[in-house]
Write a protein that binds this ligand. Sequence first.
Ligand code: ADP
Length: 935
Amino acid sequence: MEEKDELQVQVHYALIEQLSANTRRQSKLLALLDECVFECDKNLAFSYVNEAWQSKLGFTSPMLIGKKITSLLTKQDALKLSAYTCSVLDGESNTSLELKINNSDGLANWFELRLACDDNGGFIGSLHDIQRHKDFQYLLTQQQEYAKRLSLVASHTNNLVIITDQFGKIEWVNKSFETLTSYRCEEVIGLSPGKLLQGPKTNLASRQLMSKAVKNGQPFQIETVNYDKYNNEYWVAIDATPVKDENDKVRHFIAIETNITQRVKAEQAMAEIEYNYHSVVDNIPEIVLRLDEQGKLLFMNKAWQDFFQIDIAKNIGLPIDDFIVTEDAQQVRDVLNRYQNGHRGIERFDVRFTKTTGEENWVEMTLTPIKSYNDDSLTSIAATVVDIQERVVAEQILLDAKHQAETLAESKSRFMANISHEIRTPLNAVIGCADILHDTGLTTEQKRYTQMIKTSSDALLSILDDVLTYSRFEAQAISIDNQPFSLDTCLEEAIDIVSESAVQKGLELIFDFYPDVPAQVVGDHVRIRQIAINLLSNAIKFTQTGSLIIKAKCIEFDNNNFTLQLSIKDTGIGIAKNKLDSMFKPFIQSDNSITREHGGSGLGLAICKQICDAAGGSISVSSELNKGSEFIVNYPLSIDTTDSVQREGFSARSKKPQVWIFSGYSILNQAIEHMLTRHSIGFTGFSDINALPKNIITPDAIVVTNKDDLLTAEHFLKSYDCLNKPCLLFIDLLGKTQKAAVPSDGMLRVNGPFKPSHLPRAISILDEQLFHLDIIFTNKKDTAINGQKKVNQPFKGTYVLVVEDNKNNQIVVKQLLEQQGCSVEIANNGQEALEKVQYQTVDLIFMDIQMPILDGISATKKIRELSIVTPIIALTANAIHGDKERFIEAGMNDYLAKPIIGNKLNALLDKHLPKLSNLKHTKLERMSEIWTLLK
Ligand code: ADP
């Protein structure tokens, strides 16, 4: 038994020994385990934890024994754990639970918990650290998310995305690619993008760069032109990146392409604009600049560089003043100041630039303010600069030449004036003596010779006048002197002067004055009359038969300004076509043989042109050989707005005169009608004198222009009783010798040219006859009636002193004055005159200008110093520009140009001498005066 027991004990020991060895081995094994192993009771309170708890979670065994496992969990995980324990208790094995366990520092880590029931009703369990797995899983999810997002972006981006393999063969393209290129993804897979998309305009260097980068597995960025499926080109900016595997081997290329077609097109358009701009601005010879508000240079074109021979870049920002001559720079500154103060107009002025060589160069500068888009504010100033150096030099040369020419012309004019004086003085005596001789009871033969002397002297005088006037114009010694005047009177004066020769030649002369031409105007009365006289005398000179029609009308009205159109048309010899252009040049005559026949200086038309040019008007001619000529003058005038003298008219009368016109001559008819309208006289025209309406309305006058109608008209008038019998007015254009009938027989005859004043004057006279109106005509003319001089000495009892050194002229002037009833005293020079006026009372002095001992001007000054106020009239042969002023300044009252013509002298006597009798003319006298006016 003992042996048995001992054996048993030995077995027991051996068992214990084995058990403890097992336990030790188990403990060692547990200590070696990486997993956290634990035992717990049924309430999950720890009863054992292995060493891994400390290494993994920082908990030692004492820290945990007795603590509940749930104390290391979140509430949520604790709930999950209780569910899990239930399932373990229910026998579900092989399950696990993933939990987050807080370590000793309170940080949670992921563990996989496995529980099993132990034999004591508790649990044994292990915690496997799955934090790394969890981290990896999270990363994977993140990456998947990212890849998903990337793929979304790639699919939906507006950019084109192409993914190729490492050899550059397409693997995938996105929607935008499909939309832009019209290729579908499936049809491009496996193709090379280069071959597919590049085309004729794709730059070779770009192609090479891309294929080299793909070959070398390098990224590249490039902008290139591609072509879609239908060969439309588009521009893309390609950003291609190689995608490498973990071994750094290129697996793919991802190319992201931005459609830059619009931008490239805009850039191309801009470049074209820029090119156009530069090709224009840099190739024009004028300098173009842009300045800032202060005048600093912002931009200059190439012309600037060429002009100054300096680099443009170096001048940017410099003030423009630096390039302008100091004295001229102020002009630019003034304009800039005005711009800064709100002025926005274009300014142009001339300044001198200083070149780098120091040389000065005239330029014309034009500044234009550039305004902002939104408002009127100034952004900068554009400037163009034109080189005018050559022009300025040429102008200076011209100016010098002009000055020289003017000086020459002035001397020529002086010379002409002196020559003219020298010729006029003896000519004066010749004309005067011939006049006097004519009235001394000569035989017919002798009268013919004196008449020839007079005609030749007149012709000589007229040539002299032309030459003098022309040379004065050339020397610009004559200017246009605008004064108020009566246009009717001016033109009638011209007609009066020349009409005699027209009548003698049997030419019809009709003056058609249109109703719209103003009566009182402002202009140069003398020059207009001179034009009219020149053109009329030419027309008469070069017309043998037919008519001369003068028309005055208005062609342009602008407020008070208008253009008078004067047309003088004849039926004469005309002018050859090839001569027409040179007709207004001096000394030109259409045909030399004609000139010999007709005489003349060839200056008349040149003078007319000079006058028209000086007044801003024009003159032209149209003509046909052997058919006639028409000269047209357009002369600017203005209406005399200060005019208080109204045209003689009948509009204010209670009874407006009525006239019947019988005229088959349409031109004359029109002239008569214009004139009647102009004077507010009512009229009715009749073509058949035999169809006169009787006793319907009685006209005030009947106008007849045809001799054949006269008798019928007279016969017709007999049917009226005396009281309301109309007057008969017969206009006989060719009438020469017939005397005007006395008004009492109710008939007036107007001989010669038809002038606008005829009818109103005639009607006035008839009116006076019929209605006993008292009309006074103040413009008294020569008192000769029908060629008979009236022996009338209106200035009887007046004393006139004639101061003149030339004996012949003394005789002529004395004779003319004595004819007017004056007592005449002669002084041979200024000194004699001075002595005479101190001791003798005189009513008027005629004073020559050029005299020995004391000249006329000095003598006048001395007379005025003596406070003698007697009117002094200058006698001068060379009244050139400014002389009149000189005479007036010296104290003279008027002047009389030599040769002295009777009626001009009489007019001056009229003006300056007291008349013997200031009695009103008798009615009879006035009537006879009127007759004379009507002639
Ligand atoms: P003048 O008459 O003194 O010779 P003008 O200058 O007045 O000088 O005229 C120049 C020339 O123009 C005349 O000589 C004549 O040949 C021509 N001429 C002018 N007016 C007429 C006209 N109405 N009809 C024909 N020829 C004319």
